[in-house]
Ligand binder design. Structure first.
Ligand SMILES: Cc1cc2nc3c(=O)[nH]c(=O)nc-3n(C[C@H](O)[C@H](O)[C@H](O)COP(=O)(O)OP(=O)(O)OC[C@H]3O[C@@H](n4cnc5c(N)ncnc54)[C@H](O)[C@@H]3O)c2cc1C
Length: 448
């Protein structure tokens, strides 16, 4: 077992002339990605508005960078206690032994645009009636406009018996927890790939960020077992929360076929409720009652909800599928709050039917700001967020499928003719493992 496995390049995709040409084409296509429609029209708008951005993750930083560039004279304040910045799409790569934990960790400060005020605290209370947010130390921040970008809360506490301090020990993995958690998960998974046994994979019964990640981690584990000659000694089970493996039917079917081909057993309508870390048994709620599944390695993916400050505020949906977990009640096309017109919600916190990927953030933020800046005297806002969500789904080391879709479950390929959707391609693997991080960083700086 190693602490960090050297990426298995070239894996089924040598740097042949043909592959290099394809890579060049993908690079060109990436570079040609529209800088997003609203940005193209953006001009600096003079304004003295007070704008508060709550949260300085992917969506908060992208928002702040664009606001500072597009507005002249506005007072923009960003509120977040977190000093480290996590490139979360890389967590799967860390947990797959392909990148070190340092690959996904940087600092919030390095992406903050000049001239912004950073309050290094969390928001404790949102009061959209009074147009103020209050920080945990009691500081009141009045605003004219508020952009909420707090991401989501990983609710490990709601799994009875779960203890995140034990990730990495006794076969317990969780790729979502943190960079350190992802690295510890790699240690546990690598041991499992050496020894074989029962591998258990699952997803929660809530909205979640990057719903492809639990699926791809199952594929990655399967491939390590094969490469180490131990697949015959292992049984892999994926517990789906409902009757499908993914919310987009054509993707669900493709994954179902690949799992069947690779011998991954699927249990539908299994929602994890408890774990016994000593006995190595997970408990699931099923239509037939409680079911216990023993494991030698497990990737725990916790329920995900709006952070407490948002859940306790009037900003969440009051009814419907997004109400119980507190997701923000925003218009799905403009990301503007449905009851508080001077409030927008972007990123994972938005209560919209798709999204919850960094790729969605790239499209949501310019749309929300197009509408916000129109209110401040900018050009009339016409842009619309169509639900664009994207996930490069690794299906084995060296291959991935680019899955891109919209609110209506249409596949919306960004690179037609270069990257075919739902095909296991080396080029998509290269994109996931090498090209996406620079694009993400550009997005934080408001340039992509
Ligand atoms: C394992 C994993 C794999 C993923 N894979 C992909 C992928 O392949 N492709 C992809 O596009 N996306 C992927 N994602 C999803 C992507 O990382 C998220 O969708 C994206 O980071 C969302 O951005 P955000 O700003 O909404 O939330 P975040 O980036 O999580 O930032 C939220 C910020 O809000 C702050 N905050 C929270 N509460 C408060 C408060 N009360 N006051 C102030 N600040 C607060 C937090 O400290 C944090 O800094 C993955 C995520 C994970 C975990």
């Amino acid at each position: 077992m190693t602490t960090f496995e050297k990426p298995p390049f070239p894996v089924d995709g040598p740097l042949s002339r043909r592959n290099l040409l394809k890579l060049g084409a993908a690079g060109a296509a990436l570079a040609a990605l529209p800088a997003t429609a609203p940005e193209a029209q953006a001009q600096t708008v003079k304004s003295s508005a007070r704008i508060v951005v709550a949260g300085a993750g992917a969506a908060g930083l992208a928002t702040a960078s664009r606001l500072m560039r597009q507005l002249d004279g506005a007072k923009v304040t960003i509120v977040d206690a977190r000093k480290e910045h996590f490139y979360q799409p890389g967590f799967t790569l860390v947990a797959g032994g392909l990148k070190p934990a340092g690959y996904v960790t940087s600092t919030t400060a390095e992406y903050l645009p000049k001239g912004i005020e950073w309050i290094e605290e969390r928001v404790a209370e949102f009061d959209p009636e009074a147009n103020t947010v209050t920080t945990e130390s009691g500081k009141k921040l009045p605003y004219d406009y508020l952009v909420v970008a707090t991401g989501l809360h990983l609710d490990y506490d709601s799994i009875q018996g779960m203890d995140t301090t034990r990730i990495g020990q006794d076969g317990l993995g969780s790729i979502y927890h943190s960079p350190a958690g992802a690295a510890a998960t790699w240690q546990a998974m690598s041991r499992f790939a050496d020894e074989g046994g029962r591998g258990l994979f699952l997803r929660p019964n809530t909205e979640m960020k990057c719903a492809g990640a639990p699926l791809k981690y199952t594929f990655i584990t399967d491939d390590y077992l094969r490469r180490r000659g131990n697949r015959g000694k292992a049984e892999l089970t994926y517990a789906a929360n409902n009757k499908v493996l993914f919310s987009v039917p054509i993707v669900a079917e493709k994954v179902r076929m690949l799992y069947r081909e690779r011998g991954v057993k699927v249990q539908y309508e299994h929602v994890m409720t408890a774990i016994d870390l000593g006995r190595k048994v997970a408990t699931f709620k099923t239509p037939e009652g409680e079911a216990e599944i023993p494991y030698d390695f497990i990737n725990v993916v916790p329920p995900m909800r709006a952070p407490m400050a948002v859940r306790n505020s009037p900003l969440g949906w009051q009814e419907g599928p997004f109400a119980a977990d507190g997701w923000m009640e925003v218009d799905k096309a403009t990301l503007r709050h449905k009851r508080y017109a001077n409030v927008f919600g972007v990123g994972d916190i938005a209560g919209v039917p798709k999204g919850k990927t960094a790729a969605s953030v790239k499209w949501q933020v310019p749309v929300a700001l197009d509408h916000l800046i129109a209110d401040l005297g900018g050009p009339k806002a016409t842009s619309v967020y169509d639900g664009y969500t994207s996930c490069p789904l690794i299906t084995q080391l060296g291959r991935a499928m680019l899955v891109e879709f919209d609110y209506d479950n249409n596949l919306v390929p960004s690179f037609p003719g270069v990257i075919a959707p739902l095909e296991e391609l080396w080029i998509t693997w290269v994109m996931k493992t090498m090209a996406l991080k620079p694009t993400y960083i550009s997005m934080l700086r408001g340039r992509a």
